[in-house]
Write a protein that binds this ligand. Structure first.
Ligand SMILES: Nc1ncnc2c1ncn2[C@@H]1O[C@H](COP(=O)(O)OP(=O)(O)OP(=O)(O)O)[C@@H](O)[C@H]1O
Length: 300
């Protein structure tokens, strides 16, 4: 699969603040990537570096396998890293015409891009009459005018109401389904889970996880177990069971066994029954992305 962008050991220090710390990852054509991390984890700085608006301290990045200069490569990139800003008294269509003139791209795409972001019907409305969600959608249309290979978005749903958030996410998915690679930064787990096929989790500028979004939840999970009055014996047996890495007792007495291989509920039930343990409760759980994310981003 074609590599669109590659970061190698990228580093950025603002005085004592290590905003991006030895960060490496690759963006492949056709995928939707999320850079996920809490506030201040270095997402915007990373996007700023690859878009040439922030100087890196050290490390490298290369666009399109390094075949183009960064200046040329960025002509094939669409990005929104700041609040959308257009002329308030000009209409949506007039604003996009102006962007075409400034970028030196054809105006032929304007109607198609307005349709992509569901603003075609409102093309003759003045920008100042737009809701925040519509302004954001116009910014996306503007970033698409040069038919970019990759669209980069920093916190695309910040400040929007639930309807606006839903609409932006649907539009991002639509753009991706037409073959445009997407890279978005977000601090919202559910955003990345809903929109992105791949995720890079960062905390304090350090990469904690890189991979498919669905694989982040693909650990072997947990068992919740309880007995009437055999929990002490149960803990001892579970600790010897091949497949359980740890056992802890919750405040309500429930035992939580963490699995290190795929163990079915019936396998463990039979095993325990053969050891004369009768369970009153047995549930197999998978960790949610939220649990995984908290585990990843917790101070170690
Ligand atoms: N121009 C700057 N000067 C000094 N420090 C900065 C500057 N820009 C960012 N930082 C610091 O670098 C760190 C990373 O910030 P960055 O904005 O990249 O994170 P972020 O993950 O995008 O967070 P947020 O979602 O809050 O924007 C933070 O500690 C921030 O205070």
């Amino acid at each position: 699969m074609e590599t669109i962008l590659s970061l190698k050991n990228l580093d950025k220090k603002y005085g004592p603040v290590h905003a991006v710390n030895n960060l490496s990852f690759e963006i492949k054509k056709g995928n939707v990537y999320g850079i996920l991390g809490p506030n201040g984890s270095g997402k915007s700085t990373t996007l700023g570096i690859i878009l040439n608006v922030v100087n890196r301290t050290s490390g490298e990045f290369s666009w399109f396998n390094g075949n183009l200069s960064t200046h040329e490569a960025l002509k094939k990139v669409g990005a929104i890293i700041e609040r959308p800003n257009f002329y308030p008294y000009m209409t949506a269509a007039q604003n996009l015409k102006l962007v075409c003139k400034i970028k030196g791209v054809s105006q032929d795409n304007i109607n198609e891009k307005l349709k992509t972001v569901n603003l075609y019907e409102r093309r003759d409305s003045k920008f100042k009459t737009f809701s925040l969600g519509m302004k954001q959608r116009l910014a996306i249309a503007s970033a698409l005018l040069n038919n970019p290979e990759i669209l980069i978005l920093d916190e695309p749903t910040n400040g929007l109401d639930p309807q606006g958030i839903h609409e932006i996410r649907q539009i991002i998915k639509k753009i991706a389904s037409n073959g445009t690679t997407i890279l978005l930064a977000s601090h919202l787990l559910d955003e990345v889970e809903k929109v992105c096929s791949h995720v890079v989790v960062i905390r304090k500028g350090v990469k904690l996880y890189e991979g498919r979004t669905d694989e982040i939840t693909a650990s072997h999970g947990f068992l919740d177990l309880n007995t009437k009055d055999q929990n002490e014996a149960l803990i001892a047996i579970l600790n010897e069971f091949d497949g359980v890495s740890s056992v802890k007792t919750e405040l309500d007495g429930m035992l939580i066994a963490t699995l290190n291989r795929n163990v079915s509920a019936s396998e463990i039930n039979k095993f325990l029954f053969d050891k004369n343990i009768v369970l009153t409760h047995l549930v197999k759980r998978k960790p949610s992305l939220e649990q995984q994310f908290l585990t990843l981003t917790n101070d170690k």
